[in-house]
Design a protein around this ligand. Structure first.
Ligand SMILES: NC(=O)c1ccc[n+]([C@@H]2O[C@H](COP(=O)([O-])OP(=O)(O)OC[C@H]3O[C@@H](n4cnc5c(N)ncnc54)[C@H](O)[C@@H]3O)[C@@H](O)[C@H]2O)c1
Ligand SMILES: OC[C@H](O)C(O)[C@@H](O)CO
Length: 358
């Protein structure tokens, strides 16, 4: 049998490779997937560096990774939608399907969610992964397995932009031009926004954003949030303000500027996860009657739409991939992400051959 080598976080800054047993199907509705490619999320890096995010604390060794695509190798007796050999994007969180939130169609808010690489649940940086078939999305012929690994962050962006209720012709400001902000900008364009302004503190990220999806960019300055907001509105000619503002940075100054950039009656969505508590311009929220929404992971239809956006060529996620490393080099890839050297780097599964010349 092929390797089920897994990339395990023991404690902060201590990772090892462990050969683990190949998992077994838990139900007739499950499939076994050989993991081909996995991207690295900021949360993986955070667990690796600090061993915790909020009240999620790594107490026992945990396999990292949750942005994966793979190939089906075995299907349970009740599975009719997938066959061995199908290439799939893995949705890495499994809700209870019975609680009020699940039944209301908001399964991402399920209190009993089992989510990959969120302690104590192991993640997908492993050889084989068992999942319910309906959380494995078949990739159309034109979508590669490497693109498949980008569907997870794209689904995060789809959920955020849906929360912003972006309509054709609208203006959208996206704070942060990391992978999530870039993908939010691209989804906003795909939803028909005519003006999409990417804001960041790093010029090179803005240059990429402009080439990828943004119609305008703004390099945030060390000035009061209201002044940054005034300049964004002036430079991007947003008139009375943006129809929608999305925070994909988690940074306090950009969240503050967001409330001053949004128009009266506009929409603000919190996608970034930075400090748990910040100074928030609540008077602007009140006086402008801003609609503010949170956005957490992804829910009904988000993966499906993310795949559709890639399959139809509306979003070229390949452009975010800076390289692919062999499984044995997973820690190197984590270092590159931590140092900000890459937008996305993929880690090949332990049974995947990597062309080291590229
Ligand atoms: N809501 C969710 O379900 C969900 C899912 C995944 C990630 N996230 C969060 O989304 C955020 C973005 O994720 P990412 O992977 O793109 O992270 P990232 O760290 O690569 O991107 C954040 C970007 O914000 C920029 N930034 C920092 N301070 C800024 C400021 N004052 N003004 C403007 N830009 C500023 C950084 O330069 C960086 O480019 C993170 O906070 C992450 O935790 C949320
Ligand atoms: O994309 C999903 C996110 O990375 C996770 O929800 C994580 O940030 C919190 O557990």
């Amino acid at each position: 049998m092929a390797s089920n080598l897994s990339f395990v976080l023991n404690k902060p800054n201590d990772v090892t490779f462990e050969e683990r047993p190949v998992p077994k199907l838990q139900s007739p509705h499950d499939v076994l997937v050989a993991v081909n490619y996995t991207g690295i999320c900021g949360s993986d890096v955070h667990y690796w560096q600090h061993g915790a995010i909020g009240h999620f604390v790594v107490k026992d060794p945990m396999v990292l990774g949750h942005e994966s695509a793979g190939t089906v190798v075995e299907v349970g007796a009740a599975v009719t939608t997938l066959r061995p050999g199908d290439r799939v994007a893995l949705e890495p969180g499994y809700p209870c399907r019975r609680c009020a939130n699940c039944l209301a169609g908001r399964y991402n808010l399920c209190p009993d969610m089992v989510f990959a690489a969120t302690p104590p649940i192991d993640g997908t940086l492993t050889g084989f992964w068992v999942a319910p078939a309906d959380f494995c999305y078949r990739l159309p012929d034109g979508v590669s397995l490497q693109e498949g690994a980008l569907i997870e962050p794209l689904a995060v962006a789809v959920h955020i932009v849906r929360q912003a209720r972006v309509q054709p012709g609208q203006s959208v400001v996206v704070m942060g031009a990391g992978p999530v902000g870039l993908l939010c900008a691209a989804v906003a364009r795909a939803f028909g926004a005519s003006k999409v302004v990417s804001v960041d503190i790093v010029q090179s990220k803005l240059d990429f954003a402009r080439s990828f999806a943004a119609t305008h960019t703004y390099l945030s300055q060390r000035v009061p949030a209201e002044e940054n907001a005034r300049r964004i509105v002036a430079e991007a000619e947003l008139g009375a303000g943006a129809d929608a503002v999305i925070d994909a940075s988690g940074a306090e100054p950009s969240i503050q500027a967001s409330l001053h950039v949004v128009k009266v009656g506009g929409t603000y969505v919190q996608g970034g996860m930075g400090k748990a508590d910040i100074n928030f311009p609540i008077m602007a929220l009140c006086l402008k009657e801003v609609t503010a929404r949170g956005s957490f992971r992804y829910g009904s239809g988000d993966y499906k739409l993310a795949i559709e956006l890639v399959a139809t060529g509306k979003i070229d996620v390949k452009r975010l991939i800076n390289g692919v490393v062999a499984f044995k080099d997973a820690e190197e890839a984590f270092k590159k992400v931590k140092e900000g050297q890459v937008i996305k780097i993929l880690i090949a599964g332990p049974n995947e051959k990597v062309d080291q010349s590229s």
